[in-house]
Design a protein around this ligand. Structure first.
Ligand code: PEP
Ligand code: MG
Length: 573
């Protein structure tokens, strides 16, 4: 009998393959005394040799996909396993204490990693401590005959099943083998969900218990359209979903016809549909999907994909690559939005009770502008020589923050203009609207920027006081709640009163039911995962803005999100 596990549909499409559990096996062992110390040490020797073989294989497998920095991690782990001093100490422990290979390996490697971790001011050593811990896990898995999951080693079609999936997991995997992803944690706007859409992998998040409902190797269907994961499906179910997948592909082929079409309503009003990207390489897909531009380049992914703070020159190259790749179409780069659920290994941030309400984004940039903010702004201004770049600031709450950010920007322009007269003159400056106060104060804010980009993922989380990554409160993700729609309408109208462009780059911009309402409010630009662009453009071409405006009138008068959902659905049928 098949079993259906329900979650939140996070990325369109159907995937069918065997499950690959990205969950660490139980590596506990019994403490006991042994007699044959030689044989015990032989086990360590073999486990280390097998670990080295395994790392070499993974590295070989991943070498076309990973950068030098990421590949170097494998070498660092191999070096630890090859350290004669470490092995000698393990051998002495076994002989002296008559303890098992597992116990001696754990004792000695824990001691090494604790010593390194104690060097509090030395970040390099702290990172090495984490490496030793990783290696210890691998050696133990070989001693205990258990398989550690390894996303970089996947070389056949699978559905990844995990508690949660991090950007570093997605950067290591070979997309052609990953047919779907299902996680216990996450909401529709958690970053794992956003990544799955960028990668075009059918995905379900927030299922709560998928990791305890399926074993590695069991067949699983991911229905990313409805949020159902079917474990151990019957032949009939497989047939049914294969048909559903084929229908979805047909629909996709229909949308594909819109790739060179303008983003226009049925009554001929022009809009822009842009792509959200995380790395300069994503522009290839954005262009393929017919994006009118990039409406959100989440620059923090450049930082998260690196093992050091990217230098001004490294960033310049990345922004230049993105803008050149877009071939004259505008690229909006958001300055670093780190903190919250996006940590940076090499920038340790204080532990906080409420990271989403804490030290993040522009608050970090403005804390010590010389350190992070200025190199980023300089790189962006320099890249603007190669195509139209706009810069926007994340998490602005007050006018003072906006002015402080603009002041640093203006200082950078002045400094650069000393050697490059005129540089930066075409850069447009905007801000994200994701803090409720900024939305309320939109009239004043609009006077001081060229554009707004409404970040509904955070704006909803902060307005409804509901953590966007917590599936227990995901019912409060209510983009169509009439009170929230009123706020969005206020922001758009305030922007237009001051000749400021109104864009949206949160997930709501690609939401089918929100589209008629946003068009009715006059939103100018819709920025979304590249995979949603053609569907949105196709739908837009069938909607009349006058009908949409009338729909907004009605929606704003309603009481609940369900009322509005029904109103929009009825209008579309
Ligand atoms: C948002 O908050 O809506 C947004 C687009 O930013 P992010 O999802 O990266 O927080
Ligand atoms: Mg945000």
């Amino acid at each position: 009998m098949s079993k259906v596990v329900k979650g939140i549909a996070a990325s369109d499409g159907i995937g069918i393959a065997e499950a690959y559990l990205l969950v660490d096996p139980d590596l506990s062992f019994d403490k006991k005394k042994i007699e044959d110390t030689d044989a015990e040490y032989q086990r360590v020797d073999k486990a280390f040799a097998d670990s080295i073989d395994e790392l070499n294989k993974i590295k070989e497998n991943a070498k076309d996909r990973l950068g030098d920095d990421e590949l170097a991690v494998f070498d660092a782990h191999i070096a630890i396993l090859s350290d004669p001093e470490m092995k000698k100490q393990i051998q002495q422990e076994i002989e002296g204490q008559k303890i098992t290979a597992e116990q001696a390996t754990t004792d000695v490697m824990d001691m090494f990693s604790d010593t390194l971790a104690a060097m509090k001011d030395n970040q390099y050593m702290q990172e090495r401590a984490a490496d030793v811990k990783d290696v210890e896990k691998r050696a133990l898995s070989h001693l205990l005959g258990k398989q550690l999951p390894n996303i970089a080693a996947i070389d056949k079609p699978v559905v990844i099943v995990a508690h949660e999936i991090t950007p570093s997991d997605t950067s290591q995997m070979d997309k052609k083998f990953v047919k779907g992803m299902v996680t216990d944690l996450g909401g529709r706007t958690s970053h794992a969900a956003i990544m799955s859409r960028t990668l075009r992998i059918p995905a379900i998040v927030g299922s709560e218990n998928i990791t305890s409902s399926v074993k590695s190797g069991q067949q699983i269907i991911v229905d990313g359209l409805n949020g159902d994961a079917i474990v151990d499906p019957s032949d009939d179910e497989v047939d049914e979903y294969q048909k559903k997948a084929a229908d979805f592909e047909k629909e996709r082929a229909e949308w594909a016809k819109m790739v060179d079409a303008p983003s226009k309503s049925k009554d001929g009003k022009d809009f822009e549909i842009a792509a959200n990207i995380g790395t300069p390489d994503d522009v290839v897909d954005a262009v393929k999907q017919g994006a009118d531009g990039v409406g959100l380049f989440r620059s923090e992914f450049l930082y998260m994909g690196s093992d050091h703070m990217p230098t001004e020159d490294e960033q310049f190259e990345a922004y230049k690559k993105a803008v050149v790749g877009m071939k004259g179409k505008p690229v909006v780069v958001r300055t670093l939005d780190i903190g919250g659920d996006k940590p940076l290994d090499y920038l340790p941030l204080p532990k906080e009770m409420n990271p989403f309400l804490g030290y993040r984004a522009i608050r970090i940039s403005l804390h010590d502008p010389e350190k992070i903010f200025k190199p980023q702004l300089r790189a962006l201004i320099r890249a603007s020589e190669f195509g139209p770049i706009s810069i926007m600031f994340p998490m602005i709450g007050t006018l003072a923050e906006l002015r402080a950010a603009k002041k640093v920007y203006n200082e950078c322009v002045e400094e650069l203009q000393k050697d490059h007269p005129g540089i930066g003159k075409n850069v447009k400056i905007g801000m994200m609207i994701e803090v409720p106060l900024a939305a309320i104060n939109a009239d004043k804010m609009a006077e001081e920027v060229d554009f707004f980009s409404i970040g509904t993922n955070d704006l909803i989380q902060y307005n409804f006081a509901a953590d966007r990554g917590n599936d227990a409160v995901s019912y409060l993700y209510q983009p169509l709640n009439p009170a929230f729609l009123g706020l969005i309408n206020h922001v758009i109208k305030a922007a237009h009163r001051h000749n400021t462009k109104a864009a949206m780059c949160g997930e709501m911009a690609g939401d089918e039911l929100a589209l008629p309402l946003l068009m009715g409010m006059g939103l100018d630009e819709y920025s979304m995962s590249a995979t949603s662009i053609l569907r949105t453009r196709s739908m837009m071409s069938k909607l009349d803005t006058k009908d949409c405006a009338a729909l907004v009138e009605k929606a704003l008068d309603m009481d609940t999100q369900e009322d509005v959902e029904k109103l929009v659905k009825d209008s579309l049928n």
